[in-house]
Design a binder for this molecule. Structure first.
Ligand SMILES: Nc1nc2c(c(=O)[nH]1)N[C@H]1C(S)=C(S)[C@@H](COP(=O)(O)OP(=O)(O)OC[C@H]3O[C@@H](n4cnc5c(=O)[nH]c(N)nc54)[C@H](O)[C@@H]3O)O[C@H]1N2
Ligand SMILES: Nc1nc2c(c(=O)[nH]1)N[C@H]1C(S)=C(S)[C@@H](COP(=O)(O)OP(=O)(O)OC[C@H]3O[C@@H](n4cnc5c(=O)[nH]c(N)nc54)[C@H](O)[C@@H]3O)O[C@H]1N2
Ligand code: SF4
Ligand SMILES: [Mo]
Length: 897
């Protein structure tokens, strides 16, 4: 901990780009760290809004115990009691039912040090490998694919390769929204070298396509066929690197034979991928002729029943052309979470040991066992996430500790996961916030230190280890996760193995294990970081592994054609395209695809508290092609119920031609804390890739139908509301104010009494104004306290409701004057200027209407001109695709007028 006013360099806790963040003081906004190799000073909108997430509202501050008979009455207990209880319950369960009756379920958002201790405790000392992580849902197919091809989980390239490449292929990645700073680096390079080509492979036309020279909107799940086709095409056109294949690989004949047999001719392949032959040929030609090609892949690849094969089908093409680990060329698996890579280093997945060592190798098991002095080290892999919760459902897992993840939202078949937790005898949840869909089922809640409070390291997608540093004191009794785990380890009788004074000692042990009996056969090696004292660890600058000498990181790996395989050769893998496990049917005719939006992070526990981030997309939605909307009987802007064999939700319909016919898209973020009925995990089929265990999140047969309601409305309040009166609601957190969109059914006898009950305003509150137009089903009301607006509520039969941006601004006013009161009743500014409309640029808070006005009035033609005029798009740039869309709309409107 430093002085509150000294600048602190730390790392963003969101995506795997791993941007450096500079905090000058707790009172000033965070900035990008100009010295950090990942971002050189840039931050995206989520990173820029980190300051807004530091509030203590909703934080879990003390250990709490829940009595299942009275689930809402949480009892505060002290740490000693909490730690004793965890240790005692785990010990008893292990004594009665064996070590495999307990489990940890952890997260790629833990720091490496936390993760290391969790893994050591479970695999080394409890003696079970039942520790899995949300990285199973994210990176496990990439891990499995790397191991099959290279022999070790290695990402050969680095970010600079995107700037050196002449062709960048983005497969199953909405880079513009999910890895915005890396995307901006590609944008900048493309501006410098317009001849550089970008191909996007995604069934959806995403904002990332803004940059694309070619978009391949392939049939969902047809990636293996696409890349098999590419391999066969490369062979047919003699576009491979024969010498490389001969000298450095094995298995090419079988992989090629499989690709040729399954790809068919170009017309058949185009039909299979539902692409035009022309597009297919263009992509294949570009790939063949461009030496410097990087293929980035993300969840459209990994999260599939054939995720591992998709990864290998991509790597096959890179091996065939000898393009691995060379400047500007290679396959590149983009990590999702800030420490997805660090988790893989410490062996957080249930089927790996620590430090890239493997269960399958007795010598490696022995190596870890001796290094840890852990004679009871688990000897076989543990359960993978989906199986683990299945085993809990079946009663085999009787105690679980969930750390830094929210599985009731994020696992597939999530209602079953919730039921599994109900059936589990003892559930511990470590989190930074008190109320999550998962923590509702915890017997014990343990408060963790959050970003800005905790200290340790994370590793980003390009293997760069960066420090997360504390810049403020932890509130309440929040503790580092590693400390809590170590305390439980001690109480389980392993004091010798878990006595750490601080994070740097754990890091040192981790670095030593990476070098232990490692004669170069494991590329993951941090020997150059062994022995850092507290001060050197604190001062550690970002460094890319392997680190073989002090202060010397690495750039690319595997470029010399030597692979960490027994024979030193990379392996081609024959990949046979498969159809989805659950095809669409008459009952479920659409394919449900799920993914992310620009301004929210996962289950919204942190981004959901930042007012700036709530404005862009404030409600759960379902994107539908207008043609499907027509045939399914749902309308743009109305609410719809989306159902699958596993569950259902309600969301706002957005008709979008960016979607293919037959596919719908629902974001992953909303959950019971933010909406009445929006957990998409409940709808997702629990099918997994048989090799990696990664779920098929992007492909569940679904149907959609109108969610009838009689009236809908919007309300803003500084207080709490009574939600039971509403058939549907969704909440947005603003600064000190909650905004709710809602809908209801049936007649309401006295609308005024109803509104006051919903808003929790008793009859005694004198300052209440209302407007009723019962004939038209319209009702407006506002309540004031001490001259300030306290709450307002608007109801209409359809969605013709006031501008939310305008309403939000009323709450920023210290006093509401006479004309403003009238405006509030009208639900629109009376005699005042027009409002700016829904937010497009979160960084500079510029709304849609303001942009459209400027485009029209000043005849703006390009996003650059819009930025020059309004600043919009000038910071993180992630709204530029939307601004381009508005420019196109305005141009179209002008042409047709
Ligand atoms: N704003 C924001 N950024 C984030 C996150 C966040 O929550 N919010 N989370 C982070 C994490 S943990 C992760 S893992 C990453 C994920 O980053 P991405 O993988 O980029 O994100 P997703 O939206 O899950 O999915 C990517 C795309 O896969 C496409 N897709 C679906 N099916 C297929 C298919 O069969 N083939 C192909 N080729 N594509 C398909 C989807 O249409 C979608 O556009 O984002 C990270 N960054
Ligand atoms: N349908 C569908 N589901 C998906 C996906 C998808 O594309 N579609 N993607 C999957 C992927 S790739 C991912 S990565 C997962 C993410 O899913 P989750 O991991 O469930 O999502 P988060 O909201 O990030 O959960 C992190 C939790 O940890 C808490 N937390 C934050 N910092 C700390 C800390 O320092 N210590 C502790 N103890 N707690 C902390 C947060 O408050 C939050 O409750 O979702 C997966 N689920
Ligand atoms: S790109 Fe990722 S790491 Fe960088 S600021 Fe944005 S969320 Fe944080
Ligand atoms: Mo992820």
């Amino acid at each position: 901990m430093r002085a509150a006013n000294a600048p602190v360099l730390t790392t963003c806790p969101y995506c795997g780009v791993g941007c450096g963040v500079r905090v000058d003081s707790v009172k000033t906004p965070v900035r990008g760290d100009e010295q950090h190799p990942a971002n050189a000073g840039r931050l995206c909108v989520k990173g820029s809004a980190l300051g807004e997430t530091l509030g203590l509202d909703g934080r879990l501050l003390y250990p709490l115990r829940r009595d299942r008979a009275a689930p809402d009455a949480l009892q505060r207990i002290d740490w000693n009691a909490a730690l004793d209880e965890v240790a005692a319950r785990f010990a008893r369960t292990i004594a009665e039912h064996g070590p495999d009756s307990v489990a940890f379920y952890v997260s790629g958002q833990l720091l490496t040090e936390d993760y290391y201790v969790a893994n050591k405790l479970m695999k080394g000392f409890i003696g079970s490998a039942n520790i899995d992580t949300n990285s199973r849902l994210c990176m496990s197919s990439a891990v499995a694919g790397h191991k099959r091809a290279f022999g070790e989980d290695i990402v050969p390239g680095c970010y600079e390769d995107f700037e050196l490449a002449d062709l960048v292929v983005l497969v199953g990645s909405n880079t513009a929204w999910c890895h915005p700073v890396l995307y901006q680096r590609i944008v900048a390079e493309k501006e410098r070298r317009p001849q550089m080509r970008i191909v996007v492979v995604d069934p959806r036309h995403t904002p990332t396509c803004d940059l694309a020279d070619l978009h391949l909107p392939l049939a969902p799940g047809s990636d293996v066929a696409l890349f098999n086709g590419l391999l066969a095409w490369l062979a047919r056109h003699d576009a491979g690197d024969r010498d490389y294949v001969e000298a450095h690989t094995q298995g090419v004949d079988a992989a090629l034979a499989c690709a040729q047999a399954t790809a068919g001719d170009l017309d058949a392949l185009a039909a299979r991928c539902e692409l035009t032959r022309d597009k297919l040929e263009t992509f294949y030609r570009w790939f063949a002729e461009t030496e410097k090609t990087v293929t980035l892949f993300s969840q459209g690849v990994n999260q599939s029943r054939q995720g591992t094969d998709k990864v290998n089908a991509i790597i096959n093409c890179h091996l065939y052309t000898g393009r691995v680990g060379k400047p500007g060329s290679g396959p590149f698996s983009m990590t999702g979470q800030p420490n997805a890579m660090g988790g893989r280093e410490v062996g957080g997945l249930s089927n790996t040991l620590a430090a890239h060592l493997e269960f399958s190798d007795a010598q490696q098991r022995d190596c870890v066992s001796r290094f840890w002095n852990a004679p009871r080290l688990a000897s076989t892999p543990g359960l993978k996430a989906v199986d683990l919760f299945d085993a809990m459902h079946a009663g085999h897992i009787k105690a679980v500790w969930i750390i830094a993840t929210n599985p009731v939202v994020s696992l597939p078949d999530a209602d079953r996961v919730r039921e599994a937790l109900r059936r589990c005898d003892f559930v511990v949840v470590s989190d930074v916030v008190a109320s999550t869909d998962t923590s509702r089922h915890a017997d014990l809640l343990l408060p963790a230190q959050a970003w800005g409070e905790k200290d340790g390291t994370v590793t980003n997608s390009e293997r760069c280890i960066s420090r997360q540093r504390a810049f403020r004191a932890a509130p309440g009794e929040a503790q580092p996760d590693w400390w809590v785990l170590a305390e439980v380890g001690k109480r389980l009788g392993h004091a010798g193995a878990f006595t750490y004074a601080s994070a740097h000692e754990i890091f040192d042990e981790h670095a030593r294990l990476s070098a232990f009996e490692n004669d170069g056969e494991r590329l993951f090696d941090l020997r150059g970081l062994v022995g850092l004292g507290a001060a050197a660890y604190d001062a550690l600058a970002p460094i890319r592994w392997p680190v073989l000498q002090p202060g010397q990181g690495s750039d690319r790996l595997l470029g010399d054609g030597r692979f960490p395989m027994p024979d030193g050769r990379a392996a081609f893998v024959a990949t046979e395209p498969q159809r989805p496990a659950h095809p669409v049917s008459a009952a479920f005719p659409l394919i449900l695809n799920t993914g992310r939006v620009r301004d929210q992070w996962h289950t919204m526990t942190r981004t959901g508290t930042a007012p700036t981030l709530g404005a862009h997309l404030p409600e759960p939605f379902v994107d539908v092609h207008p043609g499907d909307a027509l045939t399914q009987g749902v309308r743009d802007g109305a609410l719809a119920r989306v159902s699958t064999e596993w569950g259902s939700l309600v969301a706002r319909v957005r008709c979008r031609t960016e979607l293919r016919r037959g596919q719908i898209f629902v974001p992953i973020h909303w959950n019971d804390q933010f909406a009445s009925d929006a957990r998409v995990g409940a709808l997702v089929n629990p099918v997994v890739d048989p090799i990696s265990g990664e779920p098929e999140f992007k492909h569940t047969p679904a149907r959609i139908e109108d969610f009838g309601f009689d009236w809908c409305g919007v309300l803003f309040t500084r207080g709490d509301i009574e939600r039971t009166q509403l058939a549907w609601w969704a909440r947005v957190q603003l600064a000190g104010v909650q905004r709710y969109e809602f809908a209801g059914r049936g007649a309401v006898a006295d609308r005024g009494a109803w509104a006051r009950a919903v808003l929790g305003i008793d009859d005694a509150t004198p300052d209440w104004i209302e407007y009723r137009d019962e004939a038209n089903g319209v009702y407006h009301a506002a309540a004031f306290r001490e001259g300030r607006l306290h709450a307002c509520l608007y109801i209409a039969p359809s969605s013709a409701l006031p501008s939310r941006q305008w309403l939000a601004e009323r709450f920023e006013r210290a006093r509401i004057t006479g004309r403003d009161r009238l405006s509030l009743l009208a639900g629109a500014p009376v005699g005042a200027a027009a409002d700016d409309g829904p937010l497009v640029c979160s960084c500079f808070r510029v709304g849609r209407n303001a942009i459209v006005r400027a485009i029209r009035e000043r005849a703006l033609k390009s996003p650059k001109e819009v930025t020059a005029c309004l600043k919009a798009g000038g910071n993180c740039g992630s709204c530029v695709p939307e601004i381009r869309g508005l420019l196109a709309d305005c141009a179209l409107a002008e042409e047709s007028s």
